[in-house]
Design a protein around this ligand. Sequence first.
Ligand SMILES: [Zn+2]
Length: 234
Amino acid sequence: MNDVGGHVSARVSGPDILLRCRGADEEGILFTRDDQIGRFSSVGADGRNSELMPPIESPIHTAIYAARPDVRAVVHAHAPGSLLCGLTGIDVLPVRAYDYGPIRLVLEGVPTYESAALVDRPERAAALVATLGQKNACLMRGHGIVTTGTTVREATMRAIAYENAARMTWRLETSGRATIPMSEEEIVDSGGQGLTRSAATVNGSWFEWSWRYYRRLLAERDAGRMVPVDKGWP
Ligand SMILES: [Zn+2]
């Protein structure tokens, strides 16, 4: 999620949430600092204060928390692969049997919110929440994605998993070659492993080890040893 825009939030207690805000010296979500994270009520007030400016699309977060008591974290990103697939009406494919995260999302279902307009007011947020339903991810056609989770790690890893699958799908669709899709049986067999083993263990471990992988990539980048950039993507 290396776009300038996008935001992450987490429910902390009661109606209070932590929300990634904008600062005067904004450098984009990839370079978020602790002092850009504000604590706001997700009910009633719009959360604005003199120090931090909540994103214009903060209704995405407040509406989801109001409708979904099970959700404790929300990610909204303007991810390019998801954007390209959404704008061209290409269904994001589960293309790798070993890629547990995207396959789980496909099995759970990822609905499409059809409006590309900024979700900057309650009516639009309500429509987005209605489309999301009880799912954990929603494609926003011409705009990006929103994912949810019980932790920031879960919501973040779902967003990355979906975006990676979207980028792979886009490359396949624009390769000029016919794609041989995974069969329904293969999809269920791959993604269903979490059901036949211990669902909690597999789910938890996938989110955890994937999170640690991306955290390590950032550490390596900061140490100047490698740059975790998918070249060719903004
Ligand atoms: Zn947006």
